[in-house]
Ligand binder design. Structure first.
Ligand code: THU
Length: 160
């Protein structure tokens, strides 16, 4: 038996204003779309904005359903739209923000496991890392320079 240790690397920014200008703009777009989320059951609003290689920004938010599992997270709403409409473009960056209508959310909110798996699919497909930035309603922003940093031991097409 041998033990292995898996390390990851993230950058922490104190505020949105500390981010590079283009990422600030992307984050603003995620705030804008987050506030239009359809989340009547959780009251937890999430927005995701993607920057594509053609300069276009794609936005998505969470869409809930009375049959709870039929709802979809913001990140997948956005990335599946990008995959459907712009299959030839590379996804360069993704900004994610969350806000609870029940309490003040000041903790950076990472994409859930299912969304990480979905984002990983596109990162593997395009053979180029996607920079991920996530925040709460206020406070710090976390940057991961690749989805792979958020999902070690990813299951991908190489296993099929
Ligand atoms: N949600 C997202 O949109 N993205 C995530 O990564 C985590 C959770 C949504 C799903 C649901 O509508 C609400 O947040 C509460 O889980």
């Amino acid at each position: 038996m041998k033990e292995i240790e898996i390390k990851t690397r993230l950058e922490i920014y104190d505020t949105v204003e500390e981010l590079p200008r283009d990422v600030q703009q992307l984050m603003q777009r995620s705030f804008w779309i987050r506030d239009k989320a359809y989340a009547p059951y959780s009251n937890f609003l999430v927005g995701a904005a993607l920057l594509l290689s053609n300069g276009q920004i794609i936005e998505g938010n969470n869409q809930e359903n009375a049959c709870y599992p039929s709802g979809l997270c913001a990140e997948r709403t956005a990335i599946y739209y990008a995959g459907a409409q712009f299959p030839e473009e590379t996804i360069l960056k993704m900004a994610i923000s969350a806000k609870s209508l029940r309490h003040k959310l000041s903790t950076p909110t990472p994409p859930c496991g299912a969304c990480r798996q979905a984002i990983a699919e596109y990162e593997v497909k395009q053979e180029q890392p996607i920079e991920i930035f996530f925040t709460g309603e206020t406070g710090k922003v976390v940057k991961s320079s690749s989805l792979a940093n958020l999902l070690p031991l990813v299951f991908d097409k190489t296993y099929l």
